[in-house]
Design a binder for this molecule. Structure first.
Ligand code: MCN
Length: 714
């Protein structure tokens, strides 16, 4: 039986469950010093003198923008195709101005973390408070701009029998990984080694090389066990650059392990977008065109991927629908808040939410059942190129929708006290793209070691990729070992984000495994002096002579192969459905049932894929029920701990039914697309539409008692 497609439990879990996994804060290099950061108490202020204590106990060094001048550059940032971005990078330490509460102003390095924190208390910073920008709708500075249109939008709207308009908003969210961020840096013989709790080593190397202005070859990034990231640990944070600069200056290791408050204040946040959406329909309820203006509150600076979610949201505004024309205008407004960046879904949940809410509003206005309206307009043939220029490789949107409805058992009633409604939310997810690579080597003893360029932090790549490699080689899964995350040993790649690891990294693993098999066949032919064939763990000549992989490794050491897989974008999709109940008197909402149907192409491991869906659903539901990163009029965060920022726990999850539709992608050898974000994308529109169905009108999340109570009375 092949291994791909089997629901195998994660073999990497034993390490975590038995407490043997080593996270960043478990690493204490000999002779290391500890860093803490003085952070701005103001959302916006001019920064004058920074006066540090000369003789605080255990204090080793104080870093400020002044002392780092000429030694570091602000963090680099990425500008997606077609986006205009302002030159507003995030400084390593604030230089003359702070633009969000929590921005690092000075780094204190001491013999221990408590001593560093004590010294930080003594630092005096001359702040001159300035007016903060807290409303992304107010006129201001745009850091990101993107426009795209395709088809004749004007004509579509001019000829439309109906035009439906709505405005929809998604609050800012924090990713809240169980393990906050952190970095340890050490320089020896010109090699800077940085252990970093990050999503992959490659981007961290690139960021450190840029900000420290040194060749990437002189930097090694080691990713230890990472306790979740959910998009919020892409590349190297400013604090890691400061720690590296300190280690270089002091000639000793320096460690920074973020605490929870810092994570709430200074780790980039997600979402925080709203959109005006217009849909044009003909007289038969056929959707002709979409026009959307998306406003993103991108925060104070551009971090490496700040521009990515708004761009992705814009590009996905055609959703699952056949349209003649589309036009999107995206503006990322500067505010005095911590910058935004990718958080599970990164623009996809926003697009799905905006579009699916608009479709439901249209259904109400046109008097057509929302499911029926969708059915009339779903894309049914693939590949399909949207008017905005994305080419969907494969899918079966109608089947996903049917299955979701079957699983959720729709319900609708209202007895004046209790309103029950059902909603659906469809999504298309951009995944794949760019490249990843893998190296596979036959080791002494006959086991295979594969090194992959992606870097798991909870997704289970060790098990999943071993299923792929072992299948290609006809081996047992236990015969394949994996290594990830150390830039000194893993081959080049981009990293783990955007649910691209299996489709791109997994494809590279498959190809490297195929090539290793070819290399073993060739080597065995040399050793045996005859043509051989592959028989699982052995190579067999026509005359019956056999060579096990262990014997082959001994006869010809160093057999290996590598592969790089360049990937087009692949498009996963899904249909979610939810049934909610609202107690009218209190505004209390309960999700009674939720169905999640995802199409991530060929599923490698259904157990892990389902785990990904459930995790994403939990985050999507958290967003619906309670989560919002809020700020007051001074720009101060008002939800910077787990009492005020309420994460959903497993106990609060409703019954969830999951199913997969597997429309294989023709674009990679595995037929795989991405599943890592689906739950976080499909859940909010399904729940929001169920709320709207129950109440007869829509409301934006979070659906707290307060907000629903008010919504019912206005
Ligand atoms: N999978 C599968 N078959 C497919 C696709 C995926 O079996 N066709 C399974 C595999 O077990 C794979 C997992 O799903 O290990 C996720 O694969 P993929 O969809 O390729 O996503 P990535 O591995 O690239 O993970 C990134 C994605 C993102 S973008 C966020 S954010 C996220 C997520 O994964 N952050 C996570 N899931 C997370 N899960 C945990 N525990 N922690 C995080 O920080």
């Amino acid at each position: 039986m092949t291994l791909v497609g089997r629901a195998l439990p994660r073999r990497e879990d034993a390490l975590v469950l038995e407490g043997r996994a080593r996270y960043l804060d478990d690493i204490d290099p000999t002779g290391g010093a500890h860093a803490t950061f003085v952070r701005s108490p103001f959302a916006h202020a001019r920064v004058g003198a920074v006066v540090a204590p000369g003789d605080a106990p255990g204090l080793v060094a104080v870093l400020t923008a002044e002392s780092l001048r000429g030694r570091v550059r602000p963090l680099p940032f990425q500008v997606p195709d077609g986006v205009t971005a302002a030159d507003e990078p995030h400084p390593i330490l604030a230089d003359g101005e702070v633009r969000y509460a929590g921005q690092p102003v000075a780094a204190l390095i001491a013999e221990s973390r408590p001593l560093a924190e004590d010294a930080a208390e003594l630092v005096e910073v001359d702040y001159e408070p300035l007016e903060p920008v807290v409303d992304a709708r107010a006129p201001g500075v745009d850091l990101v701009e993107f426009r795209r249109s395709g088809g004749d939008v004007e004509r579509a709207f001019a000829s439309a029998a109906h035009v439906v308009r709505g405005t929809y908003a998604m609050p800012r969210l924090v990713a809240a990984p169980m393990e906050p961020r952190g970095a340890i840096a050490s320089e020896e013989d010109g090699l800077l080694t940085v252990w970093c709790s990050t999503q992959d080593s490659h981007r961290a190397v690139a960021h450190l090389a840029h900000s420290l202005d040194r060749p990437p070859e002189s930097i090694r990034v080691i990713v230890p066990q990472v306790g979740g990231a959910f998009g919020s640990k892409g590349g190297a944070p400013a604090e890691a650059v400061a720690v590296a600069a300190a280690a270089i200056e002091l000639g000793r290791p320096v460690k920074w392990a973020e605490d929870r408050l810092e994570n709430f204040l200074a780790a980039y946040q997600g979402r925080g977008m709203e959109a005006d959406v217009e849909l044009a329909f003909d007289g038969d309820g056929r959707m002709l065109a979409v026009r959307a203006r998306i406003r993103a509150d991108v925060g104070a600076y551009l971090l490496q991927a700040t521009a990515v979610p708004p761009h992705t949201a814009g590009m996905l505004m055609c959703g699952c629908y056949r349209l003649d024309a589309a036009e999107v205008e995206v503006v990322g407004r500067r505010t005095n808040r911590v910058p935004t960046g990718p958080y599970r879904g990164a623009g996809r949940p926003e697009a799905a939410y905006f579009m699916e809410r608009a479709v439901d509003d249209a259904a109400r206005e046109l008097g057509i059942d929302p499911v029926e309206l969708r059915r009339r307009n779903l894309i049914a043939e693939f590949p399909h190129t949207t008017p905005l220029g994305f080419t969907y490789d494969s899918g079966d949107f109608a089947r996903c929708l049917d299955r979701a409805l079957e699983l959720v058992r729709p319900e609708r009633s209202d007895d004046g006290e209790r309103a029950v409604g059902t909603g659906v939310g469809l999504y298309v997810e951009r995944a794949g793209g760019r490249f990843e690579s893998a190296v596979a080597a036959l080791q002494p003893g006959g086991r295979v070691l594969v090194r992959g360029s992606t870097s798991p932090h909870g997704q289970g790549h060790d098990t999943t990729f071993a299923q792929v490699a072992a299948d290609r080689l006809g081996l047992e899964i236990a015969d394949v070992a994996f290594e990830f995350g150390d830039s000194a040993v893993v081959p080049p790649g981009i990293g783990t984000f955007g649910s691209r690891s299996v489709a791109v990294g997994g494809a590279a693993v498959a190809e490297a495994s195929d090539r290793l098999r070819e290399a073993c066949l060739a080597a065995a032919a040399r050793v045996l002096g005859a043509e051989v064939s592959w028989d699982g763990g052995a190579l067999v000549a026509a005359d019956g002579r056999r060579l096990t992989l262990a014997e082959l490794a001994e006869a010809e050491p160093g057999i290996g192969a590598e592969a790089r897989f360049d990937s087009d974008l692949v498009f996963a999709s899904g249909a979610y459905a939810a049934v909610v109940e609202i107690e009218r008197a209190a505004g209390r909402m309960r999700v009674l049932r939720l169905a999640a149907v995802d199409d991530a192409g060929t599923i490698i491991n259904p157990l892990l894929a389902e785990g990904q869906v459930l995790g994403g659903v939990a985050q999507g539901l958290g967003e619906c029920l309670s989560e919002a990163a809020t700020f007051d009029d001074e720009g101060q965060p008002t939800a910077a701990n787990f009492a005020d920022y309420s994460l959903l726990t497993a106990a609060e999850l409703p019954p969830i039914e999951t199913a997969f539709v597997e429309s294989a992608s023709p674009l990679n050898p595995l037929g795989a697309k991405g599943i890592g974000e689906g739950g976080a994308i499909g859940t909010p529109p399904a729940v929001a539409n169920a709320v709207a169905d129950a109440l007869g009108h829509g409301v934006d999340p979070p659906f707290t008692e307060d907000r629903l109570w008010r919504a019912m009375r206005t």
